[in-house]
Design a protein around this ligand. Structure first.
Ligand code: ARG
Length: 295
């Protein structure tokens, strides 16, 4: 007797007019926030005068880690380094496709040492590293959707890094301009729900996004490329609802993003709520704490 894979059973049981969603396996890199605090301000969420609770940050982070593992994903860890409180936001540590890691070069001095630390981890773990010349903050600003890389600029990664990125991976890179300082990284304004290319090259890839985080040119590009995208309400964007991680079926989101949660259900996704309120004090959420490792 061969039992069907759990993911298939689950997808089949919720399959609807919108189509059952199929879970894909993921490999992630995370960093336990043992040294998490807010001691400087490099985004509008960070207020060093407000107290942070490192133990609570670790407990909340652990729930995210356990959630990924329970869903069957593979989670690798990089050791946290004292004095680098933002290292928990591993999405900024690089951008990885096909075993090649394009390293990060951070905009602000406070995070600059993280770049080499992540590159060392990539090398030690069998990835080929492409050292960056241009300022870029990794998967915080670069998102793979189908065979296209969406790339953010305006606050952190530069337009020059988008060209470097295209050279490294030989893929189409679409530059998008962020305009609201609260949404300073692309992964705070776009969530990749389904990165998969459909059979026969049909692009089934889909995203959710916050329109007002982008300039008009970028809004037009997104509307044209993703006519089926979920457009989230400002209220959901403002609680970092889009800073989420999807495996094609399960979408890990903030419990505060109730409107987005309902939109996901309507489309046949399974929202899984994980609260990282303490890490939001540093201006990061679920996706920020998650770097995808594509071998
Ligand atoms: N405090 C960090 C910074 O401002 C938060 C990074 C959030 N990461 C992300 N992928 N959006 O750089």
């Amino acid at each position: 007797d061969i039992a069907p894979a759990p993911a298939e059973t689950a997808a089949a049981s919720t399959g609807s007019a919108t189509g059952g969603r199929i879970q894909q396996h993921r490999s992630y890199l995370m960093c336990r926030p043992e040294h998490f605090t807010v001691s400087y301000t490099i985004n509008p969420w960070m207020e060093p005068a407000n107290p942070t609770d490192t133990a609570l940050a670790v407990r909340q982070w652990q729930v995210l880690y356990d959630t990924y593992v329970a869903l069957g994903h593979d989670v690798q860890l990089i050791d946290p380094i004292p004095g680098l409180p933002d290292m928990v936001y591993t999405a900024n540590g690089g951008f990885v496709i096909g075993g090649v890691a394009y390293g990060a070069k951070f905009r602000y001095q406070e995070r600059v040492p993280e770049g080499p630390a992540f590159m060392e981890w990539f090398r030690d773990n069998g990835f080929q590293v492409a050292e960056p010349v241009e300022v870029n903050e990794g998967e915080g600003d670069f998102l793979l959707v189908g065979d296209t890389i969406l790339a953010g600029m305006g606050f952190r990664s530069t337009g020059d890094s988008h060209r470097e990125l295209a050279d490294v991976f030989g893929k189409e890179v679409v530059s998008l301009t962020l305009v609201d300082p609260r949404f300073y990284h692309l992964d705070t304004a776009i969530s990749v729900l389904d990165p998969v290319e459909g059979p026969g090259g049909v692009d089934r890839a889909n995203i959710a996004y916050l329109e007002h985080a982008f300039d008009e040119r970028s809004q037009a590009i997104l509307a044209e490329r993703y006519p089926d995208a979920i457009k989230v309400a400002d209220a959901d964007g403002a609680v970092f609802g889009l800073n989420s991680a999807s495996d094609g079926r399960n979408v890990i989101i903030s419990p505060r993003a109730t409107g987005f949660e309902a939109q996901l259900r309507e489309r046949g996704y399974n929202p899984v709520l994980v609260d990282l309120s303490e890490l939001l004090l540093g201006g990061g959420g679920i996706k920020c704490c998650t770097l995808e490792l594509r071998r």
